[in-house]
Design a protein. Structure first.
Length: 207
């Protein structure tokens, strides 16, 4: 089930490759959509492999494949985040929603550490951190996985939207900070698209 879910979400987001490329091109390399498409293709090729693995190992395997096949800055950060999530001990998490929150919290920590970024730096973390917090709140309230992801998707979307008002402070975008003002961070919008797709997929299953 996880393998199919990952592929479905990756494919949904890859369908937005042109929009992501345009957004990334404002103050970046303009290749984030290509990275996402490459990641989706890579995951599609190993779907049977990851379907046979337990959840944590499957997430790690997906991350390592993305690192190998989509080695851009964005792809590398996504890969590190997935590999960190896959290494997380979730045995004490009481519900699927709490387990998902633990995975995303680990991804937040990995991106903050590897990317040397914090909320407010106008990066994907500005969408991912609110999504993680929303997941944890929903899990604590006893929400179903579908409801928790719907809340996380709304939080990620809000986080991505807010990046349009932020000055870029890291990477190439920092060199073009004025150009980036008024535009969302492409990585943050990517995160929002991932959570939106996941929420839709889970809502369809939950009916």
């Amino acid at each position: 089930m996880l393998a199919g879910f990952l592929i479905s979400v990756a494919t949904d987001v890859a369908d937005q490759r042109d929009a992501l490329n345009r957004l990334d091109g404002v103050a970046g390399d303009g290749d984030l959509g290509l990275t996402v498409a490459g990641a989706a293709g890579a995951l599609g090729e190993i779907v049977e492999t990851i379907a046979a693995l337990e959840t944590g190992e499957a997430i790690r395997r997906a991350g390592s494949e993305i690192a190998r096949r989509a080695p851009s800055t964005g792809g590398t950060l996504i890969a590190f985040a997935m590999m960190a999530a896959g290494r997380t001990d979730v045995t004490m998490e009481p519900t699927p929603s709490a387990t998902a929150a633990a995975y995303v919290e680990a991804a937040v920590q990995a991106i903050a550490s590897r990317g040397k970024v914090a909320p407010g730096d106008k990066t994907m973390l500005d969408a991912l951190q609110p999504a993680a917090a929303a997941l944890r709140r929903s899990a604590s309230d006893g929400a179903t996985l579908a409801t928790a992801f719907a809340d996380a998707a709304a939080a990620a979307d809000g986080g991505a939207t807010r990046t349009a008002t932020m000055p870029a402070t890291v990477g190439r975008a920092a060199w073009l900070a004025e150009r980036s003002m008024g535009h969302e961070d492409a990585g943050a919008r990517l995160v929002a698209l991932v959570f939106a797709s996941a929420a839709r997929r889970l809502a369809a299953v939950d009916r």
